[in-house]
Design a protein around this ligand. Structure first.
Ligand SMILES: Cc1cc2nc3c(=O)[nH]c(=O)nc-3n(C[C@H](O)[C@H](O)[C@H](O)COP(=O)(O)OP(=O)(O)OC[C@H]3O[C@@H](n4cnc5c(N)ncnc54)[C@H](O)[C@@H]3O)c2cc1C
Length: 225
């Protein structure tokens, strides 16, 4: 489906940590998408802003009455600050749905690998019924483990990969280190479908490790920044 323009309003905001929040937007009539896809806000269409175009993956599923996004407040970022501060009811325009980062049930075990808010498309995939997956979620400390309860319930194996000193000690099943170190040293050999989302450097490094350790593994990726 080609991206179409839609108008919406902010209906909710919930902070999940000091720098990460969910927003809810009214779902415009006629807007549909596949879990894993994203929407794009355009400069000209943003009230109160003038920010350049910005993309966000849905955490909600097509059957939900609203659109949910998971946003990192980057501190200095123009559009994430706008989303984190504007009043309820603020109007936005976006185009979508966009992207091809969707779950393909190919009969091979799926390994989802996310850093930070790169978790967003996996929230939608898990909520829409993708099952039997392993999830590696990279963050600094347990504060970064948004949707932990959801994934502990739905993943075949949920591995928080925490890079902050000693952070894994406080978290059952957590790995002390980055997602790439877990892939390089701890994921059991096998033929997997890998889904990578988040920082470009992580995707590059993970892809090299997969080529080396998991020949025949398929890789799908979405770089956020
Ligand atoms: C396909 C796609 C999907 C995306 N989905 C999401 C999403 O679901 N949630 C989300 O928060 N962002 C997502 N992004 C990133 C988003 O589009 C913006 O780039 C981000 O919100 C920063 O915009 P800004 O105007 O606030 O900051 P800017 O002023 O543009 O940049 C500030 C700094 O923040 C860094 N940065 C950008 N995104 C992130 C991030 N997510 N986490 C940590 N640092 C970051 C950049 O490297 C830059 O140095 C996605 C990007 C793409 C390409």
């Amino acid at each position: 489906m080609d991206p179409q323009p839609f108008a919406t309003r902010l209906t909710g905001r919930r902070w999940l940590s000091h720098d990460t929040f969910e927003v809810r937007l009214a779902r415009p009539r006629g807007f549909s998408f596949a879990p894993g896809q994203f929407i794009r806000f355009d400069a000209a269409a943003v009230e109160n802003g003038g920010a350049p175009e910005r993309d966000y993956s849905m955490i909600t599923i097509p059957a939900d009455p609203d659109i949910g996004l998971l946003v990192r407040d980057t501190g200095t970022g123009r559009f994430s600050t706008l989303l984190g501060t504007v009043g309820m009811g603020t109007a936005f325009e976006f185009t979508g749905p966009r992207g091809y980062f969707v779950y393909r049930n190919a009969g091979r075990p799926a390994v989802f690998v996310a850093t930070g808010t790169g978790l967003a498309p996996f929230v939608a995939m898990a909520r829409s019924g993708a099952g039997g997956f392993v999830l590696l979620h990279g963050g600094r400390t347990t504060v970064d483990l948004y949707y932990e309860t959801l994934f502990r319930g739905l993943a075949r194996r949920y591995v928080p990969c925490l890079s902050g000193t000693g952070a894994a000690d406080a978290c059952p099943g957590a790995f002390q280190g980055r997602v790439t170190a877990f892939l390089a040293e701890h994921l059991a050999p096998g033929e997997y479908d890998f889904y990578l989302c988040g920082r470009r450097e992580m995707i590059r490094e993970a892809t090299l490790i997969i080529d080396d350790r998991f020949p025949g593994g398929r890789v799908y990726s979405e770089a956020f920044y």
